[in-house]
Design a protein around this ligand. Structure first.
Ligand SMILES: Nc1nc2c(ncn2[C@@H]2O[C@H](COP(=O)(O)OP(=O)(O)OP(=O)(O)O)[C@@H](O)[C@H]2O)c(=O)[nH]1
Length: 306
């Protein structure tokens, strides 16, 4: 299956819901009146892309419709996915772009951090990079084992300590090992925590600060969000960003939800690039993010004759 087809399949549920809601709007006719523009904004908000991104998209399309004297709603919808794509924050290429780096993965419990680190380790090793994993999730014994299993599969070295150890010490060990080994991509998994837990967020701040201070390589902090949590993902992103100053976001489980619009809401509102998307549990279901392909797969097509 082609790259776009896989993303399109992963976003099928989000697209179905969006198409259904758009068709309700189109049923009232294709005129470009105030009701259409209000309805379009509402439909976008219902698709989880958030108020600010919805407003931005509708204002942009409305302006184009006037300037180009677009004839009807279908002509506007032809431009929707490009407009949506341009509402995503840009950047982030440097994080997995081949330059040596240390990347910390943070997020709530079960978001998909460990799985994502494992998939990235495999991808980077296959691309010829020297990868080192660090398991700073010392809270859950199974998380250490899970990452060890991924390390075996990807044939990469991993730094761990026993359950209950100080996560900052594991990071310290990992960075020392990375230096002596000459690793050029260091991926550190952290324990899942709720963004509402002040103590655990403070602990994470400490871990990130230790890594930023100690590392001789650039350090990036990446939030992993489970798309099925929908609007709660926005709260998570705001709190993690406030505490850690994030560099980018990975959105997982897009295959299991109609709430894929959350990727755009978070990227637009917090000006954070989406780095990768998860569209399944398989080893190669972590995909590079392309705003144009994402928007095309999300919006689908609206045919006047259908
Ligand atoms: N369908 C689907 N499942 C996924 C995806 N990414 C991860 N998962 C599944 O989500 C579950 C949780 O993933 P983990 O990687 O253990 O999550 P975690 O964030 O490390 O969890 P904690 O260590 O508890 O914080 C696993 O069963 C993964 O297989 C995805 O893109 N699609």
């Amino acid at each position: 299956m082609g790259f776009f087809d896989r993303i399109s399949q992963g976003l099928a549920r989000s697209r179905e819901r969006f198409t259904e809601q758009m068709n309700v709007l189109l049923d009232r006719g294709p005129d470009l009146d105030d009701d259409f523009w209000d309805g379009l904004e509402e439909t976008l908000i219902l698709a989880d892309i958030g108020g600010p991104a919805a407003f931005d998209i509708v204002e942009g399309l409305r302006d184009t419709a006037t300037r180009k004297a677009l004839p009807d709603a279908y002509a506007v919808l032809d431009l929707l996915n490009e407009r949506m794509a341009s509402s995503f924050a840009e950047g982030g290429e440097e994080i997995f772009g081949g330059e040596p780096a240390v990347v910390l993965f943070v997020g709530i419990n079960g978001a998909g951090k460990t799985t994502t680190v494992g998939k990235l380790a495999k991808e980077a090793t296959d691309a010829g990079r020297t990868v080192l994993l660090g398991s700073a999730d010392t809270f859950r014994a199974a998380a250490i084992e899970q990452l060890e299993e991924w390390a075996r599969r990807a044939n990469v070295e991993i730094c761990t300590r026993e359950r209950g150890s100080d996560p900052a010490s594991v990071c310290y060990d990992t960075l020392e090992r990375a230096e002596s080994k000459g690793a050029d991509l260091v991926l550190i998994d952290t324990a899942g925590r709720l963004h509402t837990s002040a103590d655990l967020m403070r602990e994470l701040e400490k871990v990130v600060n230790v890594v930023r201070k100690r590392s001789s390589l650039p350090v990036y902090t990446v939030l992993v969000i489970d798309a099925t949590t929908g609007q709660n993902g926005m709260q998570q992103a705001k709190e993690f960003d406030r505490a850690l100053k994030l560099d980018g976001v990975i959105v997982t489980k897009l295959d299991g939800t109609a709430k894929g619009g959350i990727a755009l809401a978070v990227s637009h509102e917090l000006d954070l690039p989406i780095l990768k998307i998860g569209v399944g549990e398989g080893l190669d279901d972590l995909k590079d993010f392309d705003a144009h392909e994402f928007a095309r797969a999300f919006v689908g097509e609206f045919d006047e004759r259908s």
